[in-house]
Design a protein around this ligand. Structure first.
Ligand code: SF4
Length: 242
């Protein structure tokens, strides 16, 4: 099978509870959403070239033509693997758009999925292949979609599906304008699935900073329903790594 891939590289996970863990990142093209804070806008539309890292950390890339064949991706991943690398991170864009392709891969490494959680049917297809699922829930103020209720319903269903078989956590991006009211449906939805699912509140990485008093208030609010609430910022940008 073939898929449109934006880039493949070996780096350090900069978000969520696996921050600091070495992973190979496979960033797929295409996304059905349009989040206001998106930091990978180029990956939302399929491009003609896939850039491949030659030496991890050196920023020396070469291009291959899209779409990329599954067997070629397997070889590229094996050539980028290293002793401290722990997972393959499928990210995007939205990797669940490529669920059939991911399912067809024959890889001996644990798979870590970073998804916007918008495709429960595809989550069902892929769930037994995924070791760790990082599932986003979008908020109304993210302006990700014109159909917010439908997206939230799909996100919660996706989380529930991965939670059956994979280590699953939820990530919510906090904007300066986020409120307890705007996260309440997401928090209640996660709690209705499983109070043990960790929730990561990630302050957006922008010039407009999230006020500490807001972040702490949101953590306490969420922790009234959920057992594990943490706030973890993006760290890869702090150290200037991909
Ligand atoms: S889901 Fe991710 S890739 Fe898609 S628009 Fe939102 S931030 Fe960007």
């Amino acid at each position: 099978m073939y898929a449109h891939i934006d880039e493949i590289f070996n780096s350090i996970q900069g978000e969520g509870p696996y921050v600091g863990v070495r992973q190979i990142f496979v960033r797929f093209f295409k996304c059905q959403l349009h989040c206001a804070y998106c930091d990978t806008p180029n990956s939302r539309i399929a491009g003609g070239q896939c850039r491949i890292e030659r030496t991890p950390g050196k920023n020396d890339f070469y291009d291959i033509a899209n779409p990329v064949r599954g067997e070629d991706l397997e070889d590229l991943i094996r050539s980028l693997w290293s002793p401290s690398t722990k997972h393959i991170s499928f990210t995007g864009g939205e990797p669940l758009i490529h669920a059939d392709f991911i399912r067809s891969l024959d890889l001996e490494f644990p798979l870590y999925l970073e998804t916007n959680s918008g495709f429960p049917e595809k989550a069902r297809e892929l769930k037994d292949k995924i070791a760790i699922a990082s599932c986003d829930i979008k908020l109304p103020e993210h302006n990700s979609t014109d159909h917010y209720s439908e997206l939230l319903k799909n996100e919660l269903e996706t989380i529930s599906i991965f939670n059956e078989t994979a280590e699953t956590f939820v990530k919510i991006i906090v904007l300066p304008e986020t409120t307890k009211e705007s996260i309440s449906m997401a928090v209640e939805g996660i709690a209705s699935i499983d109070r043990d699912i960790p929730l990561i509140l990630q302050p957006v990485t922008q010039k407009r900073k999230v006020a500490p008093i807001l972040l702490l208030g949101l953590m306490d609010f969420a922790a009234e329903k959920l057992k594990y609430v943490r706030s973890i910022p993006q760290t890869h940008k702090m150290i200037g790594i991909l």
